[in-house]
Design a protein around this ligand. Structure first.
Ligand code: RAM
Length: 336
């Protein structure tokens, strides 16, 4: 081979390495798992990817294709899944931007023998083997009301700044939050608005400012999204509203630590996204290797996380959401 050819090969290999996060050298028996996230550039999913790569490394013979678009839309995911089908991947692990719009494309994937599971944000039951909830949806919803009630001593106007209007995970949590607010102990908390920042920093930031302008008596913003909570805390800080409007919800300690110390955020919660990505890729690999069926009532081995039991609705839940505040945020900020 000439030097130019060698250089070309090296360059091509480098380009491919940025697209495919190959954990093991491509061999005939390597199984490929497409990890399709709501959107790229989202710290939560980047952490989940790291967990997925860890599982692949541990199992060996698994290649993770981490993919998504910058904006979280169902259309983008349809295109991505279509590409993965063309690449003949063995499994698709998806965090869906819409439960129903993805039915036909996931059906097509399944008809080609591709194993489909969802994590965090569900796809319709008919087109997945199972769904992995990061935690029990009721616990996630309840926790966010508990946190805001504690910070506000149970009184004041609150608003929710969510991700996209179609996001199944956020919509489920919002439904729970509204139900929990009906409890007598929360009678002095008044939900005045629900807005959508689409998991885009700039739109979330603008929506947070809009909330403060529209509701001068607003006391707290609950953002059940890592993108929304960071943007809201920044908006509160920039508008010099720290101490007047509190932000809570679901965030990453690494992104929230500064806001906790500034006082814009009193408490927030999340589960470990690394463990979640690890579990999702591990579980999908077990299905592909036929070491688990994933049927309701069965268990799936998930490596260092133990085993996961699939319930009658083809879902499984991981740990309780964990609460962070000034006392522990710095320790976890080093991890995710
Ligand atoms: C965002 C996404 C994701 C959600 C987390 C909490 O990154 O919307 O789906 O689970 O926040």
């Amino acid at each position: 081979m000439t030097t130019t050819k060698l250089l070309k090969c090296a360059l091509l290999a480098a380009i491919q390495a940025t697209v495919l996060l190959a954990v093991t050298p491509a061999r005939a028996e390597t199984r490929r798992v497409g990890l399709v996230v709501k959107n790229l550039g989202n710290g939560f999913f980047d952490a989940a990817r790291d967990g997925g790569l860890e599982a692949a490394k541990e199992l060996g013979g698994i290649e993770v294709i981490y993919t998504g678009q910058t904006t979280p839309t169902a259309e983008g995911q349809i295109e991505i899944i279509s590409n993965l089908i063309a690449q003949k991947v063995d499994a698709i692990v998806i965090s869906a931007n819409d439960p129903d719009a993805l039915i036909p494309i996931c059906k097509r994937a399944m008809s080609r023998g591709i194993t489909v599971i969802s994590f965090v944000s569900v796809v319709a039951k008919a087109v997945r083997v199972f769904h992995i909830n990061p935690s029990n949806p009721d616990l996630i919803g309840e926790k966010q009301i508990e946190m805001v009630a504690k910070t506000l001593n149970g009184t004041g106007e609150i608003a929710i700044l969510s991700a996209t209007a179609q996001a199944t995970n956020q919509n489920t949590w919002i439904k729970v939050m509204k139900k929990v607010l009906e409890k007598p102990e929360y009678k002095n908390l008044k939900l005045v608005d629900v807005v959508y920042g689409d998991d885009q920093s700039d739109k979330s930031y603008r929506e947070a400012i809009g909330l403060m302008r529209k509701h001068p008596n607003l006391k707290a913003i609950i953002a059940p999204t890592t993108v929304g909570i960071t943007a809201s805390a920044k908006a509160v800080t920039d508008q010099k509203m720290v101490g007047k409007v509190f932000v809570t919800g679901l965030g990453l300690p690494s992104e929230m630590a500064g806001h906790v110390h500034s006082g814009a955020v009193d408490t927030f919660a999340i589960w470990n996204p690394i463990d979640l990505g690890y579990t999702a890729v591990y579980a999908a690999s077990q299905l592909v290797a036929k070491k688990a069926t994933g049927k309701p009532g069965s268990t799936v081995p998930i490596g260092r996380m133990g085993t996961m039991t699939i319930d009658a609705n083809a879902e499984a839940a991981m740990a309780k959401p964990f609460v962070f505040d000034k006392s522990n945020v710095d320790k976890f900020a080093k991890m995710f």
